[in-house]
Design a protein around this ligand. Sequence first.
Ligand code: SAM
Length: 205
Amino acid sequence: MSKKSEHWDAIYGSRSSSSVSWYQRDPTVSLRLITANSSIESSVIDVGAGASLLVDRLIAIGYGDVTLLDVSAAALSEVIARLGESADRVSRVVGDVLSWRPERTYDVWHDRAVFHFLTCPEDQARYVGVAASALGTGAKLVIGVFADDGPTECSGLDVQRFHADDLERLFGDFFTMEFDERERHVTPGGVSQSFIWAVLRRKGS
Ligand SMILES: C[S@@+](CC[C@H](N)C(=O)[O-])C[C@H]1O[C@@H](n2cnc3c(N)ncnc32)[C@H](O)[C@@H]1O
């Protein structure tokens, strides 16, 4: 077991997933950006999906090719238990996105609150390379990370904060920035957190 999986399994094992700071009853921005950039026939991978309700919502509106990737087996087990029979419609990958070798491509890569844990340039570049290898030309990367006025740490880990220009630069070898917007997420404890969202398009290789 890696340190990362131990860290995140301990969090999901000790707290209700509706009490963690990143919990959302309605993943409104994610859903809006995914549906605006794909159809229900599209394949979607939620990277660092955790116990998010996004997959429930995607299934409910008819998406039939959804993959969840997370370093925490505990988080994904919770989702599978929650989905019941619908779990058959979801693929799971337990592992670190940085060492993952995708065996297929996807139409949409979604990441909410994962990339900002990568605080060194080498890890950020590796992440971008993995995303590029998982997406064919024209596929979309939908990402939400702490903005430049967002928190400096989350769940006991340091994070990096970003401006839209940073994302454009970091992903620029493989992706074209199409859209960005800011969001204020209110945690279950009532704290407001500033996010930056971006939609990037995979360039032709
Ligand atoms: C702050 S939570 C966000 C969860 C979910 N995206 C959401 O919005 O509810 C970060 C998630 O990323 C996962 N994670 C962190 N680092 C990861 C990595 N290197 N590879 C895969 N998953 C990772 C954690 O286990 C956790 O579930």
